[in-house]
Design a binder for this molecule. Structure first.
Ligand code: PNW
Length: 447
């Protein structure tokens, strides 16, 4: 029986957005072409030891030159949405994105644009970067520029991708660009302010579009139900989830987070009207989910190199599940629980899974990539997403991370998240078995 007529056990809504996601620096390459200026990731990648194997985004997957083939590939997989990011360093010439958006629409693929997926122009960093409040205003100007060019065609905007990573990895432990160890809380606040300032700008430029933000939300569980472990989970949940969800959707920072973090920051950077700006109404939240977190109280203060500033009071426990090539535990219940929790605590608000996926060591054998573990990962997480819908979550779409194998930040090209394999010697694309499986899921509208 052809796949299209196969039984569908778990049917998704007919309006569901079936997508895949990428980010500019991870796929484009062409870092000196058409007026692109350097970003903090070019600078960071040039720092000895910053990136595994000395990799950089200089050529990446060469998508900047192969975009038309890549859009054709998306069409052949049946995607009806594609989430990409617009490189701020390309602000001087947005022709590439103009053509990309037209090509997507010509194939019936909704363009979903992220305005900041971590590639801050180096000139903005040199003026203080996210530690400087002015950067939020520079970002709103950038949003206006991109909105004016693409706003008539983009279906959904994500202002920022994962401000948690920018703040806590970029400014906390310094494993992401710009590699600073200063105050992640001031960076987080200025990122949120940037988002809030951009929302009305995008609404003006793109009246029909959905406007939102993509957060790396996660489920944080206590290792036992002892009070101290439950309190450790509260702290980490505060530093991962509520520090973003509360200002965005409730207009205030959580009091417990402000209290917990008083040894590290004084929050004096929050100005009178900021929270009103940050909580500008949005249409949807994008959630990027990879793994749950299991935490407990530390018997005595430990420094485990964690990005969460807790003064060493929390320990992260291994989750008893199989892991991906990143060492990240595979636990789809964390996705379901997170979607339900966001809806219960902050909703009802339309949600999109804007990223979900797994790295495995994939190789091409006779023109084929067998990646059954990725199929299991995707099936498990789509099942969890379906459970969330059944529980009343207004989930509107799902974007696999990633369309292509790509530059996995500090891990370089060694970690392959793609549905499509990239051979970095000649940039050949080979859809993995998971891509073909996903195509069939999309055709059937379910699992
Ligand atoms: C996300 N963490 O990054 C990003 O949005 C993607 O660009 C990236 O390729 C993908 O997930 C896979 O890593 C994250 O340490 C990086 O918790 C690190 C973390 C979370 C998300």
């Amino acid at each position: 029986m052809p796949a299209a007529q196969a039984e569908v056990g778990l049917r998704f809504p007919p309006t569901f957005w079936w997508g895949a996601a990428t980010a500019a620096y991870q796929i484009e390459g062409a870092v000196t072409e058409d007026g692109r200026v350097p970003s903090i990731w070019d600078t960071f990648a040039a720092r000895p030891g910053a990136i595994a194997n000395g990799d950089t985004g200089e050529r990446a997957t060469d998508h900047y030159h192969r975009w038309a083939d890549d859009v054709a590939l998306m069409g052949s997989l049946g995607l009806n949405a594609y989430r990409f990011s617009v490189a701020w360093p390309r602000a001087a010439n947005l022709d590439f994105y103009d053509r990309l958006v037209d090509a997507l629409l010509a194939r019936g693929i909704r363009p979903v644009a992220t305005l900041y997926h971590w590639d801050l122009p180096q000139w903005v960093e040199d003026a203080g970067g996210w530690a400087n409040r002015d950067t939020a205003y520079r970002f709103a100007e950038h949003a206006g520029l991109v909105g004016a060019r693409l706003g008539d065609r983009v279906a959904m905007w994500n202002t920022l991708n994962e401000p948690w990573c920018s703040a806590f990895l970029g400014h906390g432990i310094g494993v992401h660009a710009p590699g600073r160890r200063d105050d992640p809380f001031v960076a987080a606040h200025h990122l949120l302010l940037a988002h809030g300032l951009a929302v009305p700008v995008l609404r003006g430029a793109s009246p029909g579009a959905t406007v939102g933000i993509a957060l790396n939300a996660g489920t944080v569980r206590p290792v036992t139900d002892a009070d101290a472990d439950v309190d450790a989970a509260r702290r980490i949940d505060g530093l991962l989830n509520r520090i973003f969800f509360d200002p965005l959707l409730r207009g205030s920072y959580p009091a417990d987070v402000v209290a917990d973090t008083s040894p590290f920051t004084d929050w004096g950077f929050v100005q009178a009207d900021d929270l009103a700006t940050i909580s500008a109404p949005i249409d949807a939240i994008g959630v990027n989910y990879y793994q749950p977190d299991l935490v407990g109280a530390a018997a005595s203060p430990v420094d485990d190199g964690s990005p969460y500033p807790t003064g060493g009071q929390v320990v992260h426990h291994p989750v008893p599940s199989p892991v991906t090539d990143m060492g990240w535990p595979i636990d789809p219940t964390g996705l379901r629980d997170m979607l339900v929790r966001v809806t219960t605590d902050y909703g009802p608000i339309p949600l999109y899974v804007t990223e979900n996926g797994a790295a495995f060591t994939d190789t091409v054998v006779d023109g084929r990539v067998a990646d059954p573990a990725r199929i299991d990962y995707l099936r498990g997480h789509l099942t969890a997403a379906h459970e969330a819908i059944a529980a009343g979550v207004d989930l509107r779409g799902y974007f696999a991370w990633s369309l292509l194998d790509n530059f996995e930040w500090a891990f370089g090209y060694g970690k392959r998240f793609g549905l499509v394999h990239v051979d970095y010697r000649n940039f050949a694309r080979t859809p993995k078995d998971s891509a073909l499986w996903y195509r069939d899921v999309i055709r059937r509208g379910g699992l």
